[in-house]
Design a protein around this ligand. Sequence first.
Ligand SMILES: CC(C)(COP(=O)(O)OP(=O)(O)OC[C@H]1O[C@@H](n2cnc3c(N)ncnc32)[C@H](O)[C@@H]1OP(=O)(O)O)[C@@H](O)C(=O)NCCC(=O)NCCS
Length: 189
Amino acid sequence: MNKVLFQTRRLKIRNLLESDLEAFYQYRSNPEITRFQGFETFTREQASHFIAEQKNKFFIKPGEWVQYGIENIHTGQLVGDCAIYLQPADSRIAETGITISHIYQRQGFAKETMQGMLGFLFREKGIHRIIETVDTQNNASIRMLKSLSFRQEAHFLENVFFKGRWSSEYQFAMLKREWENTGNPSRPE
Ligand SMILES: CC(C)(COP(=O)(O)OP(=O)(O)OC[C@H]1O[C@@H](n2cnc3c(N)ncnc32)[C@H](O)[C@@H]1OP(=O)(O)O)[C@@H](O)C(=O)NCCC(=O)NCCS
């Protein structure tokens, strides 16, 4: 079972596939990529196990992060992955995260994925509020969220301990009505 969650101008967001392994492992084993994420670099075996775990999941059981592949439609290549989590207390509140391979960064892929994700979640899935939490030093992510008009609503001081230190995080959020007022596209790109 491999389903497409949504599509944008250049990208297809769909389940991870076993054939993604090399590309997935290439960036998930890069410490620069996992620097601000709450997990360590993957071994090839962990990457393979992770794909096997995720590949048949689809939208979405509240309380469970599901990871999707981001595929370049024109090349068929995996360029990164994104994740969605619906809060168990109220599944109209979603959390998201995006990773783009170091090879494909700074080409607008994260922004295009997030724009597609906003449309998909707000319009098609009836989501009311989307949250993303980022390390205060993760300038790329912060820039991406601000450029899509996410609102910074919290600054948590030294709230998570990982990779040997206490880190601080910002919480960004967007409500459906804010998205409707931002001028973000009302149809997928
Ligand atoms: C954050 C990340 C997803 C951005 O991916 P990307 O495809 O390179 O981003 P885009 O090309 O779509 O750029 C989006 C915006 O961020 C800016 N940006 C991208 N990388 C940047 C960097 N290293 N420093 C500063 N700004 C940056 C772009 O200029 C663009 O801004 P604009 O819209 O105002 O022009 C990517 O850097 C990444 O995967 N990082 C590692 C994983 C991670 O930390 N993920 C977030 C935690 S969930």
